[in-house]
Write a protein that binds this ligand. Structure first.
Ligand code: TA6
Length: 287
């Protein structure tokens, strides 16, 4: 394994097999690329900004401390932008834990003044990215060194690359109620059916199973194994929303992606003074 730092990013490669690698942009600590034997596992918009002018469109953006209206109103975070600030600030590369693991850190000192004023809690985030042969483990430690408790949302907003989303299902969420963000309605569901995609799909599943699978027919493409992340978001923007997003390209690229996102977004996690919280997810590709 080798870790290479660049001005704006860091890359981990599996030893001599540099065809298996992960690249993380310091801006947002956003995983831009995860390749296994040269095959890209994540979807990244061809129009995504990578210069720090706006959040990356694709890869694995980090959502913290706010998800958005679907989590309900919250005086402390309602003033923050959609999905919070973690994906839109430059993190500090703390270094490598070992030859296949790197860590990034974020604190109030890294925030623009307006964001620090909007969310003035003392906090420390440590983001760990670990590359394995056929898996990627990402973990976020949230610490509250301050005297005041705070509530937060968190989400690993993963854009998985798939051959054709109309042939993809998400298994493991059967029979679960969900909040349908497209219809702005809570939906009770006793359906045994796996989630399918034929239109804009934007769902928040509360208290979802720790493991869900992304499948193409009977073949499992990815396994998503979450730890201490009780909710799952499933999203595909489809034609109209893809057209509306200026940083979405190609416009028909929604056919080659699905977002399956593990987090705490249906409501807020609370962190008491001097407490810590850790959530992680292991993404496994079934090549
Ligand atoms: O995670 C799904 C979602 O919240 C959708 O509602 C959609 O807004 C998507 O994230 C992208 O949000 P963004 O702020 O990155 O444009």
């Amino acid at each position: 394994m080798t870790v290479t730092s660049f001005d704006d990013s860091v890359e981990i490669a599996l030893g001599s097999n540099t065809q298996t690698s992960v690249k993380i942009l310091n801006y947002g600590a956003t995983v831009l690329s995860w390749k296994i034997n040269g095959k890209e596992q994540l979807w990244l918009s061809e129009a995504s900004k990578l210069d720090g002018s706006r959040a990356v469109r694709g890869g694995i953006p980090l959502v913290f401390p706010r998800f958005g209206p679907a989590s309900g109103n919250h005086p402390a975070t309602d003033k923050l932008p959609q999905h919070g600030f973690a994906r839109s600030v430059t993190w500090e590369l703390l270094g490598q834990v070992d030859d296949h693991t790197v860590q990034f850190g974020l604190g109030p000192e890294n925030l623009p003044k307006d964001i620090a004023a909007a969310w003035s809690y003392d906090f420390t985030l440590i983001y760990t990215v670990q590359l394995l042969q056929d898996s990627l483990k990402i973990s976020l430690d949230v610490k509250n060194p301050g005297k005041e408790a705070f509530d937060f949302n968190v989400l690993f907003h993963t854009y998985f690359a798939v051959p054709e989303v109309q042939n993809v299902t998400v298994a493991g969420l059967n029979k679960l109620a969900y909040f349908d963000k497209v219809a702005s309605a809570q939906v009770a569901s006793d359906s045994e059916k796996e989630v399918t995609f034929c239109k804009e799909t934007d769902r928040v599943y509360r208290n979802s199973p720790a493991q869900v699978e992304i499948k193409e027919g009977s073949k499992t493409l990815f396994t998503v194994q979450a730890s201490n992340l009780k909710d799952t978001v499933v999203w595909n923007p489809w034609t109209e929303k893809a057209q509306e997003m200026s940083d979405w390209a190609p416009k028909n690229g929604f056919h080659q992606m699905v977002c399956v996102e593990s987090g705490v977004v249906a409501d807020f996690a609370k962190l008491a003074s001097d407490a810590s919280w850790t959530g992680s997810v292991i993404l496994k590709a079934h090549i």
